[in-house]
Design a protein around this ligand. Structure first.
Ligand SMILES: [Ca+2]
Ligand SMILES: [Ca+2]
Ligand SMILES: [Ca+2]
Ligand SMILES: [Ca+2]
Length: 669
């Protein structure tokens, strides 16, 4: 008799004993009822039929790993419940074939999913499973919410417009993508504000991505054949050149070329009845191919030389069906196993039984929490990218207009992105306040008319392009910027920890609060009281250029548009005011031109400056350390010193009424 069989028999015996003793007197029954209730991680509210997720003890996990039968465990107690529920399937949630050792440390080998009759009562099923001694936790599976946003296809005639000025790339729709560089054109959106964007153009002068960075798009299937996406999709070469219906690379997934369909178990799809194009739209914002003379640009889509970031599609919505919790957890796991270090999530679970972080964690024990933890964890022996230790999780905050983000977005370890419009103000639909971390352009329909040029422009399936609005559209801007930060770090030999990357993203923002007074009209004619959003859209509006400056450690001086600013530069030179005298620093014609500088002089430690164009530029400011003059010759004086700064001119910067200095929102200051 071999070792496995012996072990199996031993387990069966334990099962029998547990069954036989689990009854009798009332006190015991009560305490066992409490024990059973304690095993339930969530409630059946909104749960999907025919599926339960269980977490089994170590011995059972070992036994199940060796079991051949897929519908029964070979464990008497568990099999009895499986029989009762007419279970059709019992399988591990996670894929231990890849990176198994690391997964065991997180207990991922102990999660199983059971499928059974759709008619079975879920509460009874949960109770019966929880009564099994070997089952330590029971979780109801919830389907992720399907997107409701409808894309409006872009009329090709819009594309033929002539360009008013030079663009960094030749993508014909880039002028429509105000979210990257907003010129304040009122035909985009009433009240459109120059500079209410992610400040992409100056960032693109520094980096446009790197093909060794992988972003996983957890969403509807991404149309990987799209003419403006295909070069930035990561192919699994073994599957690409392999046999159909065969798992050519042995990673547990058959035909996973550009990702995997976790809903229907197979190839990624985008043309099923019910698909909206959501995943393809999100992917285009992260990394549509730049400078290829076609369609749109993406935030980290490269410069046209095959140097954009690469994407994979982790499909959790397919046609009219959405994945349940276990398939979603597997999709997140798969993202890491394919090497993604950025997890782009424009989705959420239905609002309901998750009300706070403790409930989301369920004591750090839920299956999806485990998957995200696995994704974020840095594996020193097997790093996904040499310049980022770990993986970053970025979520859309939600579109319910509520003062709290949905889950998982709201959870304190994941970045939740709120949405602004082309006017630099909160959109009518965005969630805000608790659990929301940073803002990005999500776009919106114009008041009364419902016109859509103020929405986000990106790719949709079948080589088309469309506008969409939502925090779903804001989120991929931040994912793309995170990719730019890793690319820039790599270019400069900087290794970021996950915490450092999160801190950089959350602090590299421009103020939104200064303009949050009065009311704004939404597309239906309703009003938004802007004051209620003050300080609640996250730290501020993300700025790609500032993210790169923070990555390399260059401080930014935020400057207002069309207003004279008086800045005590000594504040920026040290960690607080230091005693210096500024020297007349050279400022190049190119910088003057770029920022439209009409006034630039020094008084003591103060810089007086007026900028008339939104933009960003590097300047080197010189000062005397010790005394009013530089020493030398007949003069006993100080040492000449200098420091490089980035000047960032944005519309939201407010000035202190007393000093005229910019009031800087949360961040490194
Ligand atoms: Ca495979
Ligand atoms: Ca294959
Ligand atoms: Ca393009
Ligand atoms: Ca959060």
């Amino acid at each position: 008799m071999n070792k496995t069989k012996l072990f199996l028999l031993a387990l069966m015996a334990i099962g029998f004993i547990a069954c036989a003793t689990d009854t009798v007197d009332e006190g015991k029954a009560l305490s066992s009822e409490t024990a059973v209730a304690k095993k339930l991680l969530n409630t059946s509210m909104g749960a999907m039929q025919g599926e339960m997720i269980i977490y089994v003890d170590e011995a059972t996990a070992d036994h199940l790993a060796g079991a051949v039968e897929a519908t029964r465990s070979g464990l008497t107690e568990l099999d009895a419940v499986a029989e009762e529920l007419s279970a059709t399937d019992l399988r591990p949630v996670f894929n231990l074939k890849v990176n198994g050792e690391r997964k065991r440390e997180l207990g991922m080998h102990r999660w199983y999913v059971m499928n059974f009759s759709e008619d079975a009562n879920l509460d009874i099923a949960a109770k019966r499973l929880a009564e099994v001694k070997a089952v330590e936790r029971v979780q109801f599976s919830k389907q992720v919410v399907r997107p409701t946003a409808v894309p409006t296809e872009i009329d090709p005639s819009e594309i033929a417009q002539t360009r008013s000025e030079e663009y960094p790339f030749d993508d014909p729709m880039l002028p429509l993508q105000w979210h990257y560089r907003n010129l304040g054109n009122e035909s985009t959106f009433p009240g459109a504000k120059a500079g209410a964007d992610i400040n992409a153009f100056p960032a693109w002068e520094l980096t446009t991505g790197r093909p060794d960075i992988i972003v996983a798009v957890v969403d509807e299937g991404v149309c990987y054949t799209h003419v403006d996406l295909k070069d930035n999709m990561l192919a699994n070469e073994a599957e690409l050149n392999g046999e159909e219906g065969v798992d050519d690379d042995g990673n547990g997934y058959v035909d996973d070329i550009y990702g995997y369909n976790f809903v229907h178990n197979g190839r990624v799809t985008w043309n099923r009845n019910g698909d909206s194009g959501h995943g393809t739209h999100v992917a285009g914002t992260v990394a549509a191919v730049n400078n290829n003379g076609i369609g749109v640009a993406g935030v980290a889509g490269g410069s046209g030389n095959g140097d954009g970031v690469k994407m994979i599609s982790c499909q959790i919505i397919s046609g009219s069906t959405a994945a349940g919790t276990s398939a979603t957890a597997a999709a997140v796991e798969y993202a890491k196993d394919r090497g993604a270090c950025i997890l782009q999530n424009s989705w959420g679970f239905p609002a309901g039984d998750i009300q706070n972080d403790a409930m989301f964690e369920s004591g750090s024990t839920s299956v999806e929490k485990t998957a995200f933890t696995y994704f974020m964890q840095h594996d020193p022996e097997n790093p996904r990218h040499p310049n980022l230790e770990g993986g970053i999780v970025i979520f859309a905050a939600g579109n319910d207009g509520k003062p709290v983000a949905g889950y998982p977005a709201a959870y304190n370890e994941y970045i939740a992105v709120t949405a602004i419009g082309a006017d630099g103000l909160p959109t009518y639909y965005t969630c805000y306040d608790r659990g929301c971390n940073v803002a990005a352009p999500g776009g919106e329909l114009a008041p009364y008319t419902g016109a859509d040029p103020g929405c986000v422009v990106s790719t949709i399936p079948n080589d088309k392009y469309a506008r969409m609005q939502g925090t779903s559209m804001a989120c991929p801007h931040v994912s793309g910027i995170a990719a730019l930060a890793v690319a820039y770090a790599a270019d400069h030999g900087i290794v970021l920890t996950l915490k450092e990357l999160q801190d950089i993203i959350l602090s590299s923002v421009n103020d939104l609060s200064a303009s949050l007074t009065g009311f704004k009209t939404n597309y239906e004619g309703g009003t938004l009281n802007l004051a209620s959003y003050k300080g609640k859209m996250g730290t501020g509006l993300i700025d790609a250029y500032r993210v790169l400056m923070a990555t390399r450690g260059t401080k930014c001086i935020p400057l207002p548009l069309n207003e004279q600013a008086i800045i005590d530069v000594s504040y920026y030179l040290g960690d607080g005011n230091i005693s210096v005298k500024m020297l007349e620093s050279e400022i190049g014609e190119d910088v003057r031109e770029k920022l439209g500088i009409t006034d630039f002089k020094f008084m003591g430690s103060k810089l007086i400056i007026t900028c008339t164009k939104p933009g960003s530029a590097l300047v080197t400011l010189k000062y005397v350390a010790g005394g009013s003059f530089v020493g030398g010759g007949q003069i006993t004086g100080g040492i000449e010193a200098e420091q490089e700064f980035a000047l960032v001119v944005r519309p939201g910067v407010a000035l202190d009424e007393g000093t005229g200095a910019p009031i800087v929102p949360g961040g490194w200051l």
